[in-house]
Design a protein around this ligand. Structure first.
Ligand code: FAD
Length: 402
């Protein structure tokens, strides 16, 4: 790996100033932006792709998990996570059990509060939501560098087709999925080069279409081709190369070899009866960088209550309840940048759960509310009035404790 570096000078145009800037428009970033805007803040969401949703839409991860309930008919996750679940299926098919209506606290029956969704329909719905919620969105804009004064971020520079722009704000949320903002701002992070090759594609075939017609359910015509590692394997399979984001070449190799796996699958199709519908538009990394936050949630914390809890859930693969401390979103090195989504400070099995879509929405909402408070009071993320944050989360129909 070459360690040689050189300085480049670029002309930067100054853009507007905001109360809150969110970097990355995945589910976490979108939730953060909506939460802050609903508090009356002027919000900018910066997204490098040309639609929102991140791995959930671009990455074709079309299963809204983990269930919002605890498996006994009691809801654990509400707020924006519940709202976005319903938005993901508002304009297309789903497999949500009928008993889980929006806002229900309990439900009879065995159905879990989760669903499949249609990725493009969700992306269009998210675009509509941003306009409804008065969030400014910069699409096709790559966050590059934070401007720091000590631990305080003053603004970010963004590479666009119109050149390099600078946008200032009072508080920030990192929803980049890779901690790009926090890492470049000097936050302590852990690198996780623990991704075995994965490539999820969508396909259809005549048999699935026949089944869909028979059931009157177009969703049955879509097949998920989940090729490569599953979450149980990606950290432990020593025979498989484990990829991270350490060099541009490593990222490209991950993407290229993923497509090669997709090609092998495609070549096995009967051309006349089975075809591809879509391939992922972003690298399907599960875990890359995460912050080393004020608290790192680990397996020892299962079934524990936290005074600064921002929400709770049941683990995806094991029957443990967990609460998420606000401190997992906070880096000691950065006063006014909150972490959200799959980069928050957690480890082991809790991390495998907290990176799932519903919980990225939950931590995004909490980060957006915290950033909105910081933008008003100028307090540091680390010394935020967590009671006030929890009050806002509860007003938004979130449950703090299991
Ligand atoms: C193969 C695979 C299978 C999975 N299966 C499931 C599942 O079945 N159910 C489930 O719930 N979850 C699943 N997950 C996990 C889940 O999809 C993700 O963890 C979650 O969607 C992450 O959301 P996020 O908003 O934190 O990050 P992301 O979705 O990664 O969003 C980050 C956003 O930031 C943007 N961005 C990044 N860098 C920049 C930059 N420098 N400038 C501007 N924009 C930037 C990206 O384009 C993206 O839109 C799976 C993940 C993978 C990879």
């Amino acid at each position: 790996m070459s360690q040689e570096t050189k300085l480049e000078q670029v002309q930067v145009t100054c853009g507007k100033s905001y109360d809150v800037i969110v970097v990355g428009g995945g589910v976490a970033g979108v939730s953060a932006a909506v939460a802050a805007s609903r508090q009356g803040r002027k919000v900018l969401l910066i997204e490098k792709a040309s639609f929102l949703g991140g791995l959930a839409t671009l990455g074709l991860v079309v299963l809204y998990h983990p269930p919002l309930d605890d498996g006994t008919g009691r809801k654990l996750v509400g707020g924006l996570a519940e709202e976005l679940l319903h938005l993901s299926i508002q304009y297309s098919y789903d497999d949500l059990p009928k008993e889980w209506t929006y806002g229900a606290m309990t439900a009879q029956g065995k159905g879990r509060y989760q669903t499949v969704f249609n990725a493009p329909a969700f992306a269009l719905a998210l675009n509509e939501l941003m306009q409804k919620e008065n969030v400014d969105v910069l699409y096709d804009a790559l966050f590059c560098t934070p401007e720091m004064e000590g631990g305080v971020c003053k603004g970010v520079s963004v590479e666009t087709k119109a050149g390099r722009y600078f946008y200032g704000a009072k508080a920030f949320v990192d929803g980049s999925g890779d901690a790009d903002l926090l890492y470049r701002a000097g936050a302590q992070v852990v690198e996780r080069p623990e991704n075995a090759l994965t490539f999820w594609m969508l396909s259809t075939d005549l048999k699935s279409m026949e089944r869909a017609i028979a059931l009157g359910d177009i969703g049955r015509a879509i097949r998920i081709e989940a090729i490569g590692a599953n979450p149980h394997e990606d950290c432990v399979d020593k025979d498989t190369t484990q990829y991270g984001i350490r060099t541009p070449e490593e990222v490209s190799e991950f993407i290229m070899k993923g497509m090669n796996m997709g090609m092998t699958r495609l070549k096995s199709f009967d051309k006349n009866s089975r075809c591809l519908v879509s391939i992922p538009g972003m690298a399907e990394y599960r875990k890359t960088r995460a912050i080393v936050g004020e608290y790192t949630l680990a397996e020892k914390d299962r079934e524990q209550h936290f005074e600064d809890s921002i929400g709770c859930t049941k683990e995806e693969f094991e029957p443990h309840l967990i609460e998420i401390p606000y401190r997992c979103l906070v880096s000691r090195q950065c006063d006014n940048i909150l972490a959200s989504g799959r980069i928050i400070s957690c480890d082991g099995r809790p991390r495998d759960t907290l990176r799932l879509i519903a919980l990225c929405a939950l931590t995004g909402e909490a980060a957006g509310l915290a950033a909105s408070m910081i933008s008003q009071t100028g307090e540091k993320a680390i010394s935020l009035d967590v009671g006030q944050l929890q009050k806002k989360l509860v007003e938004n129909k979130n449950l703090l404790h299991f």
